[in-house]
Design a protein around this ligand. Structure first.
Ligand code: BMX
Length: 294
């Protein structure tokens, strides 16, 4: 896939932000962003997407790629795996609704979209076996094995955040217990701060507290980095990627990658892998959504 041919519109509906973008010659040239409406059903989500796309000059039938948090099955059905993120999205006919509403569209999971973009245009270039992790509202991921994206039968492949962590047996919105997402995601960092009596803080606020010297905040962030490092060793044991890239608002936060690498260095050498920061940042899911072959 050549980046320069990418042209059209893309949407990234994540757990915290909804972004629509106009893409020309493989670059994001204009965006509109607003907070994600977590409680909205499919129709409500499409209305918000339509408004942002209209503002960007999207017209019926224009090329459109949509990346969403949650799993997207091969037949285009969209479900939240973590019901706490999008409680109204279960087996929603996303692809059919997008095509009906906008004339043409492809759709896939947001972390898979970012994986494709990083594999083809970013930190994963040159790798035949590559894994991507987003540490953001949730913890998602994606795989490219032998040069091909892995979507899985139900669209669950790469949902690394739902692997179990050896840390606290905390309940997860997926219905599992003690998942990496329940111990290390942006939502979990904010929850752990609340449990320590620091109400109303976002994960970004916790990072700021840690930078200002608050030991309690540093411990929460280090637990997250430790859980992510342990997950990377698990991924190495399962699919043995040449390289892993980390993205997302937490994954790209100052110092987080250094913490992950420090904890990864405590794993036996055979389970360590080169870790890189996602080079496309927040454009990754947008470029990957438009490049996704559908
Ligand atoms: C969750 C899951 C993944 C998603 C990941 C990161 C839901 C709603 N989402 O693990 O599908 O890729 O979060 O998503 O179950 P984000 O919300 O952080 O962008």
């Amino acid at each position: 896939m050549t980046r320069a041919v990418l042209a059209g519109f893309a949407v990234d509906l994540g757990g915290t932000k909804l972004t629509a973008a106009r893409i020309e010659a493989g670059h994001v040239v204009e965006t509109r962003t607003e907070a994600t409406s977590r409680s909205g059903d499919l129709s409500h989500q499409l209305d918000r997407i339509a408004r942002l796309l209209q503002d960007l000059g999207h017209g019926p039938g224009a090329r459109l790629g949509v990346a969403v948090t949650g799993l997207v099955s091969r037949d285009g059905l969209w479900s939240a795996v973590n019901a706490a993120t999008l409680p109204a999205i279960v087996d929603a006919p996303l692809r059919a609704a997008l095509v009906d509403r906008f004339g043409a569209a492809t759709c896939c999971n947001d972390a898979l979209a970012a994986t494709l973009a990083e594999a083809w245009f970013g930190a994963g270039q040159g790798c035949r076996d590559f894994a991507y992790l987003t540490v953001s509202t949730g913890i998602g991921g994606g795989l490219v094995l032998n040069g091909h994206p892995v979507q899985g039968g139900r669209g669950l492949a790469g949902h690394f955040g739902f692997a179990t962590s050896r840390h606290a047996p905390t309940p997860c919105g997926s219905g599992r217990w003690g998942t990496v997402e329940a111990n290390a995601s942006g939502m979990s960092i904010a929850r752990m701060a609340r449990e320590l009596g620091h109400d109303g803080l976002s994960a970004r606020d916790v990072f700021a507290q840690a930078a200002a010297g608050a030991a309690w905040a540093d411990r929460i962030i280090d637990l997250s980095a430790q859980a992510v490092a342990s997950l990377i060793a698990d991924i190495a044991a399962m699919v043995d990627p040449e390289r892993i890239a980390i993205g997302g608002s937490i994954g790209l936060a100052p110092g987080f990658l250094d913490r992950v690498e420090r904890h990864l260095g405590k794993e036996p050498e055979v389970f360590r892998r080169p870790v890189r920061a996602a080079t496309l940042g927040h454009d990754g899911p947008l470029l990957g959504a438009l490049a996704f072959p559908g």
